[in-house]
Each structure stands twice: as C-alpha cells, then as structure tokens.
Design a binder for this molecule. Structure first.
Ligand SMILES: *[C@@H]1O[C@H](CO)[C@@H](O)[C@H](O)[C@H]1NC(C)=O
Ligand SMILES: *[C@@H]1O[C@H](CO)[C@@H](O)[C@H](O)[C@H]1NC(C)=O
Ligand SMILES: *[C@@H]1O[C@H](CO)[C@@H](O)[C@H](O)[C@H]1NC(C)=O
Ligand SMILES: *[C@@H]1O[C@H](CO)[C@@H](O)[C@H](O)[C@H]1NC(C)=O
Ligand SMILES: *[C@@H]1O[C@H](CO)[C@@H](O)[C@H](O)[C@H]1NC(C)=O
Ligand SMILES: *[C@@H]1O[C@H](CO)[C@@H](O)[C@H](O)[C@H]1NC(C)=O
Ligand SMILES: *[C@@H]1O[C@H](CO)[C@@H](O)[C@H](O)[C@H]1NC(C)=O
Ligand SMILES: *[C@@H]1O[C@H](CO)[C@@H](O)[C@H](O)[C@H]1NC(C)=O
Ligand SMILES: [Fe+2]
Length: 439
C-alpha cells in the first residue's frame, strides 16, 4: 500500500504535475506586501516560505515564515477540453523596504528554486520618499514565448542579475495568447519568464490578445492590485513609486460596445485618479500613463495594419483620453500594440508642442505629454518595419526587438532608455526634465 502511494507520488513528480511552475511576483494595493503566484496540476498543501537575508548591508539571519496559499482550480481550455490547473497565491507581508528577502513556494512538500526579491514596494506616503533612491522600471509591450520572445528574455535576464530596476510593467499582449492551445502557450510563456518575474514584481495590463473568454486567463493567472472600481479584474490601477505615479489602463475597453460600461467606469476612475495624483504633485511630480493601444504613432499609407493601429484606432481613443491626459498634466504616455519602437516629442491634438528647451535627447519643461511606443519585446510574428513616413513629432524609430527602462532620479529628472534585444545594447535615450509644474 505504502509502496503504491510512493510509486504514484514518484510518477506525479516525474510528470511534473506537483512541481511548482510559472512562479511570478506582483505588488498589491497595500504597501509592504508582495504576492507570489504559481501553478501546479495536482494540488496539496501549497505554501510559500520567506525570510529577510540582508537589511541595508547587515545580514539578517532568521527562520522562514510559512504562508498558506489560496488556490483556485482554473479551467484552461474550453468546456469540451477539460484541462485544469491549480493557481496558488500567497502574500508576503510586513516587508521592509531596505531588506532583501529569499523565498520558495512548495506543493506536497516539493519545493521550488529559491528566488530573491527586494522589500521595496509602492506606497502612498505623501511626506517621505528617499530622494537618493532613484526608481527604475523595465517597461515593455507585446511579448510572447517561442524563438522571437527569447531575444528579450535573454537580455532582460542578463540585466536582471545587476538588479538595476525594481519591477516590470508589461503593456499588454502577453504570450500570444495566454489561452492558445487550451492555455499551453500561456504556461510556456510564464515558464519562460519565470527566472525574471519570480525575482521582480511583474505588473501587467490587458492588450487585445487578453480578451478571450471575458479575460479569464488574464484575470486568473495574474493578481493585479484591487481598487474600488476594478472589482479585482486588474484592468486598471495605479501605483506610487518614489516620485512617480504610474497609471495602467485597459485600452481595449474603448473598442467594443460590449465593454461600454467597463469603459465608462474606467474613464471616470482615470479622471478621479489623476485629480487625486495632482493634489500630491509637490511630493510626487511625475505622472506616467501606460496603455496598450497607442494614441500616437507614425502612419504608413501602404501598410493596412499600421494604418489601423496608428490612424483608425487612435481616432477612437484620442477624443476620449487625450484631454484627460493633457488637462491633468500627464508627463509621459507609454504605449504598445505596434510591434516596433517609436519615441515622439510632446504632442497635443496631433501637433508637436515645443518645450521650454528641446533637443534630440532632452525635453525641459514640456508643455504636453510625451508619447513613446515600445511594443516590440518580441511577439510571435516579426516586428513591424518602422514607418518610412515618420510623423513630424517622431524623434527615434527602430524595429529591433527590445524593451525600455524608465528611471526617475528625483523630482526633476527622468530618463528613458530603449534597449535592443538583438543588438544587446541601448539604442535610444531621452531626458525628461522639469523644474516647475505645468498644472
Ligand atoms: C494608494 O493610491 C492608489 C491610487 O493612486 C489607490 O488605488 C490605493 O488603494 C492606495 N493605497 C493605499 C494603501 O491607500
Ligand atoms: C530558528 O528556529 C530554531 C528552531 O526552532 C530556533 O532555535 C532559532 O532560535 C530560530 N532562529 C531565529 C533567528 O529565529
Ligand atoms: C476545444 O478545444 C479543443 C482542443 O483544442 C478543440 O479541438 C475544440 O474545437 C474546442 N471546442 C470549442 C467548442 O471551442
Ligand atoms: C466579465 O467579467 C466581469 C469581471 O470579472 C464580470 O463582472 C462580468 O459579469 C463578466 N461578463 C460576462 C458576460 O461574463
Ligand atoms: C511600403 O512601402 C515601403 C517602401 O516605400 C516598403 O519598404 C514596404 O515594404 C511597403 N509596405 C507594405 C506593407 O507594402
Ligand atoms: C480640458 O480642459 C479644457 C479647458 O479648460 C476643457 O474645455 C475641457 O472640457 C477639459 N476636458 C477634460 C476631458 O477634462
Ligand atoms: C496627424 O498628423 C500626421 C502627421 O503629420 C498626419 O499624417 C495625419 O493625417 C494627422 N491626423 C489627423 C487625424 O489629423
Ligand atoms: C536629480 O537627478 C539628476 C540626475 O541624476 C541630477 O543631475 C540632479 O542634480 C538631481 N537633482 C537634485 C535636486 O538632486
Ligand atoms: Fe495588440
């Protein structure tokens, strides 16, 4: 009898049914917390364990704290294809910003690799943040598994070793698609990125590729911050990190009449969120909005997909969103969807707006939001060639696979860089500087 159980257990292990996989971290709506989420195909006693290892420069020996997980049985395929997985999630709490932690997750006593994360989390304090402590975020769009996705996985994994950023913001179109092949593509993708996203909070927003079955894969596989209006869907939320207020929204909502109610709730939430952020602008002067569909990118008349993405779709969302961004003095709008890179100047109503000072790689006291599209992390198709008719506001274009990094040094200086995952180097950068408010 015992032997039989042992054999079954052995077989399950070799089948990988109980081994934790697809491990990823995310920040929550509460400060000093990080959530870990992972998957198994059989579930028993899922747990997570964490402990601080270093606080400041002081080693911090302590025992692991065990946290029980919450688990849901998720139907990955369609109802005729009965393929389930268990999605487990656990909270690491009372984190101290100055500490580094290590953790493992386990299922049936089978433990994952050990990963390390920083205790620094978003918080809403209005009186303090460490002015010497710049915040950097990796920002990318349109990333999938497979041959093409590996360019960015390779470079980002290398970069992650130096820990020179705090978290990752993925502007939609994830895996191509999370649900494809009854979810197998989503599983492959989340396993591919695990070495990165198990070590850094991975914050996502939906793109058009996530909408399958009322976003069921998006909502189940990711656990984005809750707020009163998003009902736990993770479609839209904001984060305060150092001197930056980041806002992530679901631009899909504006393209289908079936999402009209969602779209209205989101637009109202966005206006309120930005109005609130403006009340704290002295302390947190930067506002950065991320969305999947671009408001601005250069057209190319002979390319119907570019015309769709850079002319027809902007024609739908500019009238809804542009004035909200402009009136609330948003500094930077980051966008995906088009599979290449285009950095634009400050724009309002389709025209370049001069800053107090502009050069190729610098804007000082911009008078409208600056727009950047970085949707070329590597989808399942090749990237789009760049427009051969760049708009007057375009400053730099590239069709290389790659991703960006935004660093807010302090209340006056932000720095954006774009990396090519093919050339393995930085290809573009811009300083965004301001010494007076625009609102
Ligand atoms: C922090 O502010 C954001 C909005 O910017 C809000 O969604 C969130 O609930 C706030 N968190 C706390 C802990 O107050
Ligand atoms: C860790 O646990 C052991 C055994 O329970 C205990 O003796 C030890 O004091 C603990 N160490 C710390 C740092 O809490
Ligand atoms: C369900 O998934 C299976 C396997 O991919 C597929 O053959 C079948 O057509 C799907 N059924 C429906 C109703 O979509
Ligand atoms: C889609 O999901 C949302 C949020 O989870 C839910 O409120 C809504 O009822 C769902 N719609 C349908 C048609 O299932
Ligand atoms: C559009 O024209 C350019 C040259 O003017 C060419 O390189 C490109 O391949 C064309 N694109 C399409 C989709 O035909
Ligand atoms: C933006 O500000 C202008 C000028 O004050 C005003 O007419 C317009 O209604 C505002 N739009 C939004 C969406 O806030
Ligand atoms: C916006 O400007 C671009 C570049 O100058 C131009 O091609 C396009 O037609 C303009 N779109 C609208 C809606 O005015
Ligand atoms: C802000 O950061 C920039 C870039 O590192 C630096 O040049 C500048 O002196 C800093 N400003 C303040 C007030 O610390
Ligand atoms: Fe897209």
């Amino acid at each position: 009898m015992h032997l039989l159980i042992l054999l079954i257990a052995q077989a399950s292990i070799s089948l990988g049914l109980i081994h934790p996989e697809q491990i990823h971290l995310s920040w929550t709506s509460e400060p000093n917390q990080i959530r870990v989420t992972w998957v198994t195909y059989l579930s028993a006693f899922p747990k997570a364990y964490y402990r601080p290892i270093l606080c400041g420069n002081v080693p911090s020996p302590s025992n692991f704290t065990a946290v029980a997980a919450q688990s849901t049985k998720f139907l990955q395929g369609n109802t005729t294809h009965n393929h389930y997985q268990f999605i487990h999630t656990a909270l690491f709490t009372d984190l101290i910003p100055a500490c580094w932690y290590e953790y493992q997750v386990s299922n049936t006593g089978v433990k994952s690799k050990t990963y390390i994360f920083s205790g620094r989390t978003p918080d809403n304090s209005t009186t303090f943040y460490d002015v010497d402590n710049a915040i950097s975020m990796v920002i990318l769009g349109d990333w999938g598994s497979g041959h093409i996705g590996h360019f960015t996985k390779y470079l980002l994994e290398e970069e992650s070793k130096s820990r020179n950023y705090l978290g990752i913001l993925h502007m939609g179109d994830i895996a191509y698609d999370l649900d494809t092949d009854n979810g197998k593509i989503g599983d492959d993708y989340l396993n591919m990125v695990e070495p990165i996203v198990a070590s850094f909070p991975y914050m996502v927003e939906p793109g058009n590729h996530e909408s399958f079955n009322n976003y069921s894969h998006y909502k189940s596989r990711f656990n984005m911050p809750h707020n009163g209006d998003n009902q736990g869907t993770g479609y839209f939320y904001s984060l305060n990190l150092g001197p930056v207020h980041f806002v992530l929204i679901n631009s899909n909502s504006y393209f289908h009449s079936s999402y009209q109610t969602e779209a209205e709730v989101q637009t109202q939430w966005l206006s309120n969120d930005l109005a609130l952020a403006n009340q704290n602008r002295e302390i947190r002067p930067w506002i950065v909005v991320l969305m999947h569909h671009p408001l601005y990118c250069s057209q190319q008349l002979n390319d119907s997909s570019i015309m769709d993405n850079c002319a027809n779709q902007p024609a739908v969302i500019r009238p809804i969103l542009e004035d909200i961004f402009y009136n609330n003095s948003v500094d930077l709008v980051l966008q995906g969807h088009v599979h290449n890179y285009e950095r634009d100047a400050a724009i309002y109503k389709n025209l370049t707006v001069n800053s107090e000072f502009d050069s190729q790689n610098m804007h000082v006291n911009a008078n409208a939001p600056i727009y950047i599209e970085s949707g070329g992390a590597g989808n399942y198709e090749k990237n789009n060639p760049v427009s051969n008719t760049p708009a007057p506001y375009a400053r730099y274009l590239s069709s290389d696979y790659g991703y960006g990094r935004l660093t807010a040094f302090n209340t006056t200086h932000m720095y954006w860089e774009q990396f090519s995952s093919q050339a393995l180097t930085e290809i573009d950068c811009v300083w965004i500087i301001k010494d007076r408010p625009r609102y």
